[in-house]
Design a protein around this ligand. Sequence first.
Ligand SMILES: *Cc1c(COP(=O)(O)O)cnc(C)c1O
Length: 222
Amino acid sequence: MSAIVENIQRIENEIKPKGATLIAVSKTKPIEMLMEAYNAGFKHFGENYVQELVGKYEQMPKDIEWHLIGHLQSNKVKYIAGFVSMIHSVDSFKLLKEIDKQAQKHSRVVDCLLQIHIAEEESKSGMTQEEAIEIVNSTELTELNNIKIVGLMGMTTLTDDETQIRKEFRELKGFFDKLKQYPKTDNLQLENLSMGMSGDYEIAIEEGSTMVRVGSKIFGNR
Ligand SMILES: *Cc1c(COP(=O)(O)O)cnc(C)c1O
């Protein structure tokens, strides 16, 4: 068995009993490596860059679920709206409206996660909790029939300090539980909490993650 497939199986064995899903982050990695995973039955891939995602989508089998996890510019939504399964990195209402507009052209409903800023670093993207509350409270949201907000995503501060990482995950989980109190509507159904990467997915699972995005621990360093 290939190392890639072994890595995926090892991580899935750790997280599946906890009810979490693995997204294999394949950015910068060649199609041959993704196909090793696909041929073993694995279908959830995450990519950061629109151009790379489109290229891989075009060359690979069509039953793959593609997750866009990196920062997305509004003017690039049109390239992925026809096929992307989930966008984890919605960091503004403006972007959400553009996804809705482009998805409508393809008669699709695109699952979206609101990316919440939880790290100490200013550089990490994501909206504030207040902005997220504004979106879910907005009457405008009810008019967006081609997106569905299905959860939240967050990235922790780049640090070895486990206490800090755990604190940030816990804060996001707390906010997730708070938002879940809002009434569910057709396009607001919070079920996914996307948190955890190669370095911290074990902690993320302990803190309530339902979706981990793991790259280097599957495909090797970039
Ligand atoms: C690159 C990336 C990952 C995966 O990172 P690894 O440390 O290689 O597991 C996860 N999430 C996002 C948003 C990324 O950009």
